[in-house]
Design a protein around this ligand. Sequence first.
Ligand code: ADP
Length: 384
Amino acid sequence: MAKSSKSKKPSKKRKTKSTKKGCEETNPIAQAMADASNDGILLIDCNHKVALVNNKLKLWLKWNHINTDSWIGKLDKTVYKHISNITVGSKEINKLFKSVTGTPNLIAQTLNIELKNRTYKYMNVYTSPIFHEVENYLGRLWIFDDRTKEVSVDKMKTEFISIASHQLRTPLSITKGYLAMILGGDAGVLTGPMKEFIESSFTGACRLDEIIEDLLKVSRMEMGKTQPEKHLVSPKEVIDSIVNNYQETAKSKKLTIEENLIFHYSKLKLDDKLLQHAIGNILDNAIKYTPEGKKVFVRAEDFEKKKEKYLHIEIEDQGIGIPPEQKKFIFEKFFRADNVRSEDFSGTGIGLYYVAKIIDALRGKIWFNSELNKGTTFYIQIPE
Ligand code: ADP
């Protein structure tokens, strides 16, 4: 996955003193404790100079041909430059370094980075200002947590799913083909229970096919094989065509889809295929999880912010809603809430995970509101 960052801004009321008096020498006990850690640790003092580098970080940097022997007392910007030079796609880490270089910056942040080195490759970087008795700024702590094992296990899982799904595809399409032929009468006339059994087998095979297709789409996305391809399209036509694809399904459930589209631009630069997958998935859920006779609303508009054009979409249903305590899991892979499992709705729990990945790839945002037994609204915003 690409990088993710989270920031915590402490209260603006806090006043910091960045005095040289507050800068203490690192004592041997602190150094020994840091050396015992399994994470890489870097400490910058209140004069923006390196106060401590622990053994783990020294070792990782050595693997990248960086000698840290003379680092103590060096300015923060000098060592940040070394780290940035060994980071793949250093844009994000440079941004982070820039925001804290030479300043008693109050922001704590985490960032996933990839190093050019092949042994310790993936790191989660955490940085936080440190204080003595709340007000006295002592410096900045950096913690480098090696995530190489977790990332490679994740990659192996993705590859396994991809290979297994590919292998399942061929025998399944043969099974589906023969079942369709039998149902079509190619093997003679089907009588009562026989027809029923073959029909159930065919429905099962089609369902399995859909699941495999979903798994393949997700693994392609996780392996970075799905890249956005944007071109100028009419946003109205894109949304209209997605809604039209689901009109039949909605009708079979006696549901109506109400559309409200307000577009100022006749064309926007969008990846209509990825949008089709994302919006289609959400609309499919809205229909599936809404009882007969109710309504589903699709609203969309475009707007401009800081000279960038955006597409905003809302899909609202009057369905079963999402249990409050399970809202935080909704975008996780294979997650299905208790209320949909108990009511026997079919599904795999992959759809929203895939949608979130698409929106991420399109540099967009997705969020939702939901009330149990009242309905759910999903919101998507994507830049051009
Ligand atoms: P599924 O195949 O189960 O629909 P998704 O990944 O699309 O999987 O959605 C994950 C879970 O989120 C669903 O199983 C359901 O619990 C919940 N969910 C998604 N959309 C809705 C909705 N419109 N109303 C109620 N619950 C929803």
